[in-house]
Ligand binder design. Structure first.
Ligand SMILES: [Zn+2]
Length: 397
């Protein structure tokens, strides 16, 4: 009894009130009829109208001041290396910069820019386990980095995937970035990985940098990885008929990236919509890369797809939140009881021609971020990277 009381007193109870627009992250119902979110110890416990909810005993109260609340954005395709540094463009603090672009979760598609990256089987396994451990323990600004994604090489056997899974590795890096570039070997290794609960993704399209190579639709279909990584190329896209064939002949996730071909991204979106399979569309930046790092990359994708892709802004947010969370089996990305209390609070940018935040995005503008909350804790107040939000939330208590 005494113990139960102690537990209750030490709970952190977050109350966010006066939410003007609540985007759920779920394509089934992207806008919720609610103005209040309650979270206990980093997990959402209630979503609804303030008058209907138990809002007693809040330890942290945020007044949204009529702004919009969105699940924290997920970048489905990053290439981290070590800490908050990337050797690709020799930048420090890139992950923290993405947090200021609303990204609260990142998924590694392989730590491929690691200088001297080992390509022997023991070495690549050791590096993957190291990256998984290091990034689980390192959360700059609260950003959760899912890393430790080995790039498959010839010579790997079933036992290697079993070992990796037992050691905590949950995903493969981009198939095709290592020596395995043929459909049959890729298919075998992807199947071994899947058998031990390891998710996979595949490089799609032309070589991204010197040393990388072409992976065409036949190899992608043969490999059958869980995610068709950068279906819009990284940057060089496949011909239109191959992109359409991937959408039609595979049921795997269609990942569209910032550092890809925008025209091919719109083709993918249009094809997925015609197939009535928008739930397969997920967003990434594919950064750091030759084209740099993009702190606002996911927001830019949402705005690009909403303004040019005949898709509503609220649906575009689902591509970067709930869709990715479902496909990647994450507890974030949706506003619903039980999910992570990880939020981005946005408003239309100052002087946007759009009347509302959604309309401003529909017109191709970026929203302004007024606050980022990770696991129930305020991590960022006014973003240093987005255009300024017209109105920002306030910490009321
Ligand atoms: Zn790639």
């Amino acid at each position: 009894m005494a113990h139960a009381e102690t537990v209750k007193k030490t709970q952190t109870r977050l109350l966010i009130r006066n939410i003007g627009l609540l985007l759920s992250g779920d394509l089934e119902q992207p806008i919720l009829d609610a103005d209040t979110v309650v979270a206990v110890d980093g997990k959402i416990t209630a979503v609804g109208k303030e008058k209907d909810l138990d809002i007693e005993a809040a330890t942290l109260i945020i007044d949204a001041k009529g702004t919009a609340l969105v699940p924290g954005l997920i970048d489905s395709h990053v290439h981290p290396v070590a800490g908050d540094w990337t050797p690709r463009q020799n930048q420090i603090g890139w992950i923290d910069s993405y947090l200021h672009g609303g990204v609260t979760s990142m998924i590694s598609a392989g730590e491929v820019h690691t200088p001297g990256r080992p390509k022997d089987v023991v070495g690549l396994k050791a590096m993957a386990i190291f990256a998984q451990r290091a990034f689980s323990a390192f959360r700059p600004g609260g950003v959760r980095i899912h890393a430790g994604a080995p790039v498959i090489e010839h010579g790997m056997v079933e036992q290697d995937f079993k070992d990796l899974a037992a050691a905590g590795v949950t995903m493969l890096g981009e198939v095709g970035l290592g020596s395995v570039k043929d459909g049959a070997t890729a298919r075998q290794m992807v199947a071994w990985a899947r058998q031990f609960g390891i998710q996979s993704t595949i490089h799609t399209g032309g070589p991204s940098i010197p040393g990388s190579s072409l992976i065409d639709k036949d190899i992608v279909l043969a490999a059958d990885a869980d995610v068709i990584g950068h279906i819009n190329g990284g940057h060089t896209a496949l011909p239109d008929d191959q992109i359409v064939a991937l959408c039609e002949k595979s049921s795997r996730a269609l990942e569209v990236v910032h550092n890809g071909n925008e025209r091919a991204a719109l083709l993918t979106l249009r094809t997925a919509r015609e197939l009535n399979q928008l739930d397969r569309v997920i967003l990434g930046t594919d950064s750091p890369a030759g084209s740099g790092v993009q702190p606002l990359g996911i927001l830019r994708m949402i705005s690009m797809l909403a303004s040019l892709g005949e898709i509503s802004a609220e649906n575009a947010f689902c591509f970067a939140t709930g869709n990715t969370a479902k496909i990647r089996k994450l507890a974030c990305g949706r506003i619903a009881p039980g999910c992570d209390a990880t939020f981005v609070m946005i408003d239309k940018a100052q002087h946007s021609a759009g009347k509302t935040v959604l309309e401003s995005i529909q017109r191709g503008d970026l929203p302004g971020i007024g606050m980022v909350i990770v696991d129930g804790v305020v991590s960022v107040q006014r973003s240093r990277n987005t255009p300024p939000a017209t109105t920002s939330p306030e910490i009321a208590r």
